[in-house]
Ligand binder design. Structure first.
Ligand SMILES: [Zn+2]
Length: 218
């Protein structure tokens, strides 16, 4: 499981243990930094609007509006209702996937012959989101941070390759609405070059930035 600790007023840091997930709430303006501490690890991230969890992070909308498969700094991640959920403020890696569903028990069984399959990111996202009443059937295509998916332009065949992320690479996302966000340290060896590693995160609360701007500490 994960650990989260206050390191400074308005800042929370945590480590998501290998093959697990974590969820937290964000307010508009809060910034979430997702970090690959050791390199070549994937974090599947999804989010729901807290005002109505029928509104979720949409791969299809986000790719459609960006007119690109590979989203990076300056791009916006949209909900199924076409409203901005996140802005990507920084991206030191530059290569992520937003097309494949999170690894799952059935995927491990169908593609990789595990019996029984492990819960995967799908099960870990659902477990993390259970306190918000969100179950496995509602886990959409995730923003698969650091995941590298190649497509052969002639045949359309897709393949999952080791991430390009190096130790310390990160993505900084700004929340654009009140959200519950869940993320994982991916369980699929094919996604992380069989190196099942943790994922780190940091949350910088918007209220903290406002206080610092006003010259007050804490
Ligand atoms: Zn996964």
């Amino acid at each position: 499981m994960s650990a989260a600790a206050d390191v400074a007023p308005g800042v929370e840091e945590g480590r998501i243990a290998p093959c697990s997930g974590h969820a937290l709430e964000l307010e508009p303006g809060d910034e979430l930094v997702v970090i690959d501490p050791m390199g070549e690890q994937v974090s599947d991230l999804t989010a729901f609007a807290r005002a109505d969890t029928a509104e979720y992070l949409s791969s299809g909308r986000s790719i459609d509006y960006a007119a690109r498969l590979w989203l990076t700094t300056g791009d916006v991640l949209y909900s199924n209702r076409s409203r901005p959920m996140f802005s990507i403020l920084e991206d030191s890696c530059g290569r992520h996937d937003f097309t494949l569903t999170p690894c799952s028990k059935e995927m491990f069984e169908k593609l990789y012959g595990e019996n029984p399959g492990r819960p995967g990111c799908e099960g870990n996202l659902a477990a993390a989101l259970a306190p918000w009443g969100i179950g496995r059937d509602r886990i959409p295509v995730a923003f698969n941070i650091f995941m590298r998916v190649e497509m052969d332009p002639a045949s359309g065949r897709v393949s999952v390759l080791p991430p390009l992320s190096r130790p310390g690479d990160f993505v900084r996302l700004r929340a654009e609405m009140p959200l519950v966000v869940a993320m994982t340290a991916c369980s699929a060896g094919q996604s992380n070059n069989f190196s099942y590693k943790p994922i780190d995160f940091r949350v910088e609360r918007a209220g903290r930035a406002a206080r610092l701007a006003m010259g007050r500490q804490g």
